[in-house]
Design a protein around this ligand. Structure first.
Ligand code: NAD
Ligand code: TDX
Length: 351
């Protein structure tokens, strides 16, 4: 059966890796990339595959229910991989409405369109929702998030993602829609918008700008190379069990300050600077409000059921990532033109 897969948010960071993987790996599928192209969406993330016969880009807003229905009909959508979202915690603190609108109402609009178009014929259909470990809240020094950990979101971003997860599961339980939800830890790699820690700091080191470290730099995140996330999504889309949740993570925890020191060494080495000299750029600033202390994912269910494991060691992944940003200055300049400078000044002026 021919698969017509709707990937939402495919012009963003993770979405572009998912689209690239699917377009290259499955020439018999039709991959429809639906994206509103907000500040975070960039079609140059997909230049290498944009002319492939099995790829179509559609500019649309997931909140526009009529447009979603048209797209389901026009392309006879059989599966959805839903990544479109507002994704930056700091922005959600400044503007929670946009997060509720896109992440909650947008997800609901897509679910309704899928329900309407599939009309109870669920065979070979799947609505796969991509979520985050942040819905589980914050851990102390010990323990891991498992799939049954109680939701306890603390930021407007994670609250909006939690709400969207609940809607997806409700559409399975109420209407019988085949759904899967995955909750992943922090991703890093090429094409990430430089508001997020790793690309922001690489860019600032390159330009000798301060590195704004929130609080004491003691918060812990579990980092996964983005291509490993895309591979997990491919496996789960094809082999995951309906109505299940899978956690995806790297078993790769780093305190922010330790991560940044490794990154600084790598950037200094590749830029030919004295190794470690950019540590002087680290500047401790006011902490993020509601800053979760620690995230750590137990992804053993995914490993045991579907055989997925991260393929890349962190040191290798971070070197690959730093090299990519240093070699792709044009990309960085393109995405930081627009409103980025204004955003940066507003976000960091009073910290
Ligand atoms: P991103 O911000 O880089 O990309 C989001 C994409 O969604 C952009 O292309 C944007 O244009 C598009 N978009 C936003 N609003 C839209 C709308 N109303 N209609 C259509 N398109 C819209 O985000 P990302 O980091 O690639 O994250 C993708 C997904 O993965 C999100 O759902 C996020 O919650 C989840 N996630 C991200 C991470 C991470 O570390 N980045 C970790 C776990 C889960
Ligand atoms: O300037 C900064 N200084 C700083 O100390 C920034 C931008 C971040 N930080 C800290 C905050 C976090 O402890 O670094 C850590 C990582 O921050 P982000 O890159 O903003 O990621 P995080 O808030 O952990 O959320 C990310 O992972 C889970 C993604 O943005 C989410 O979309 C995903 O769901």
């Amino acid at each position: 059966m021919k698969k017509n897969i709707l990937v939402t948010g495919g012009a963003g960071f993770i979405g572009s890796h998912v689209v690239r993987l699917l377009v290259n790996k499955y020439p018999d599928y039709h991959i429809i990339n639906l994206d509103k192209l907000t500040y975070a969406g960039n079609l140059s993330n997909l230049k290498d595959i944009e002319k492939k016969a099995n790829y179509t880009f559609v500019k649309a807003d997931i909140c526009d229910f009529d447009a979603m229905l048209d797209i389901f009909q026009k392309y006879d959508i059989t599966g959805v991989i839903h990544l479109a979202a507002e994704s930056h915690v700091d922005r959600s603190i400044k503007d929670p409405f946009t997060f509720a609108q896109t992440n909650v109402m947008g997800t609901l609009s897509l679910l309704q369109a899928a329900k309407h178009y599939w009309n109870g014929e669920w065979k070979d259909k799947l609505f796969y929702h991509i979520s985050t470990d942040e819905v589980y809240g914050s851990l102390d020094d010990e323990g891991f998030f498992v799939e049954t950990t109680k939701y306890d979101p603390h930021s407007p971003y994670s609250a909006s993602k939690a709400a969207s997860d609940h809607f997806v599961r409700a559409f399975h339980d109420t209407f019988g829609m085949p759904t899967i939800v995955t909750n992943c830890s922090n991703n890093y790699g090429p094409f990430q918008f430089p508001e997020k820690l790793i690309p922001l700091f690489i860019n600032n080191i390159r330009h000798n700008k301060p590195l704004p470290m929130y609080g004491k730099g003691e918060n812990v995140r579990d980092w996964l190379f983005v291509e490993d996330h895309a591979k997990a999504i491919d496996i789960i889309f094809h082999k995951g069990r309906i109505a299940e949740t899978y956690n995806i993570g790297g078993f790769n925890e780093w305190k922010n300050i330790d991560l940044i020191k490794v990154m600084i060494k790598t950037v200094d080495k590749l830029l030919g600077k004295e190794i470690g000299s950019s540590e002087k750029l680290i500047t401790y600033v006011t902490d993020r409000a509601g800053h979760d202390l620690r995230y750590a994912i137990d992804s053993s269910k995914l490993k045991n059921e579907l055989g997925w494991e991260p393929s890349l060691q962190f040191e290798e992944g971070i070197e690959k990532t730093v090299r990519w940003y240093l070699e792709n200055e044009d990309w960085m300049e393109e995405v930081t033109s627009g409103d980025y400078q204004k955003y940066y000044e507003q976000m960091y002026e009073n910290r």
